[in-house]
Write a protein that binds this ligand. Structure first.
Ligand SMILES: [Zn+2]
Length: 458
């Protein structure tokens, strides 16, 4: 029976390998769309009929466990590289590099040195002979490793979603002289913008913002259908982070704890980064007892789970505010909604929805690591992935050609049979060893008996 089960398991694995090879040979174009700041529970709180229609025909991951810090640039780069922020080097939306002494911010982000610690999928896929496109995705207009995607447009907030979508669809379709792209990334800045202005708890304002997002998803679906791409391309819809409600009652003022000439401020947000100008231990001690809702870390003590330590662009001290708390130097609350907080908080998580010929239909997963999206996309495109922090193990369950549940069941069965067999074998040897000890004792008695009898015999 064990042999049969093992053979069955090996056959299943063999069949899966064959299916994988077939899937790779028939890769279809992939469209990755990000709606910035789409907190996972917006899906439960607001109707979103078009998005629900899309994933009812595909798959939904209810929560995407994103990377720390839960900011726009780090997370968008993680989605297309499969790397934690410490590994891809885009550690925040505002950075200082102590080696080059350069500064990075949202209006000065084109220098390739910031992006060259990793290679995004729109570059890697070029090596597979594909054409690629990136529409306003962070980093899409930067020359990375001396290359750019085949098509791109730099960020411009005046370009509407419809205009961005139109360009992306044209790039995917191609024309007589140029093949369509196999990978396209499309970025849209809502509902992040509304979330910052109104706060995620403002149901009226967020309902309006999310209705517009859902209308855009409806437009995306109808345009894909009109152009014949629907059903012939894979679509991933996701986001970079969630949003937490902030309040003027939850302010942490650094000036209350430390004179501003004691440090250089690099980034001021839910996660604040600073360079002490005095003995770091002295500055740290002051910040460490500054506020009950703020945790201070010396760089060397940042917890492993955050994957946010091993990069020279991480400053000597970082401060992490509790959910919904805002760190300022002085003054008032800058925004009603914010993100950047600990990535273990559900309010910081986005979602992932997908549809297309490679995906199962009507399937849902509770959660997935956001670094797993990159190996999933590489698999869908049959592009060899660069080194990354993700794995395909769980994401595989989303795919139509895979049968991860069956493999798990067969594996559990084999493990169970092996366990029972080893237990029986153990018991057998135990009994046998007891039996073998028995005769020895009997022999000794017999010897004694014989010894006793010998004189009589004589
Ligand atoms: Zn964002």
């Amino acid at each position: 029976m064990l042999l049969q089960t093992l053979l069955g398991f090996l056959c299943s694995v063999g069949a899966l390998a064959t299916e994988n090879t077939t899937a790779q040979q028939s890769a279809v174009p992939l469209l990755l769309v990000s709606f910035d700041g789409f907190r996972a529970d917006y899906l439960q709180r607001f109707p979103m009929p078009n998005l629900k229609l899309l994933y009812s025909q595909g798959v939904l991951v209810e929560q995407l466990n994103n990377v720390f810090i839960t900011k726009t640039f780090p997370n968008h780069y993680s989605l297309v590289t499969g790397l934690y922020a410490e590994s891809h080097g885009i550690l925040a939306s505002t950075m200082y590099d102590p080696v080059s002494h350069k500064h990075f911010n949202l209006t000065s982000d084109k220098d390739p040195m910031w992006w060259n610690q990793a290679e995004p999928l729109w570059i890697t896929a070029l090596d597979s002979g594909y054409k690629t496109a990136a529409m306003m995705w962070p980093g899409s207009d930067v020359v990375i490793g001396n290359r750019t995607p085949t098509h791109f447009l730099p960020y411009n907030s005046t370009v509407t979603f419809q205009q961005r979508l139109e360009s992306v669809i044209n790039w995917m379709l191609g024309h007589e002289k140029e093949q369509g792209v196999m990978f396209a990334a499309l970025y849209w800045e809502e509902p992040d913008r509304s979330g910052h202005i109104f706060g995620p708890d403002n149901a009226t304002a967020m309902a309006k913002a999310l209705k517009e997002v859902d209308d855009n998803i409806g437009l995306l679906m109808s345009e894909l259908k009109r152009t014949g791409l629907w059903g012939n391309v894979n679509i991933l819809i996701t986001s970079d982070h969630g949003m937490a409600q902030c309040s003027a009652d939850r302010l942490i003022r650094l000036d209350d704890c430390l004179k501003s000439d004691n440090y250089t401020l690099v980034d001021l947000s839910a996660v604040t980064a600073l360079i002490p100008l005095q003995d770091p231990e002295v500055v740290f001690a002051l910040l460490n007892k500054c506020h009950a809702h703020m945790t201070a870390y010396l760089k060397k003590s940042i917890p492993d789970r955050l994957h946010y330590r091993d990069n020279e662009r991480i400053q000597p001290i970082i401060l992490i505010a509790d959910e919904g708390w805002t760190i300022v130097q002085r003054g008032d609350l800058p925004r009603l909604g914010d993100h950047g907080y600990d990535n273990s908080l559900p309010s910081m998580h986005p979602f992932l929805a997908a549809a297309g010929p490679s995906f199962r239909q009507g399937y849902q997963l509770k959660s997935l690591q956001s670094v797993d999206v990159y190996p999933l996309m590489c698999h869908l495109l049959s592009v060899p992935p660069r080194r990354n922090n993700g794995t395909l193990t769980q994401a595989r369950c989303l795919l139509a050609a895979e049968s991860c549940g069956d493999v798990a069941m067969v594996t559990a069965l084999v493990v169970g049979v092996l366990f029972i067999l080893s237990t029986i074998t153990g018991l057998f040897w135990l009994l046998r060893s007891r039996r073998s000890m028995g005769p020895r004792a009997f022999q000794r008695l017999q010897v004694d008996y014989d010894d006793d009898d010998d004189p009589l015999l004589e």
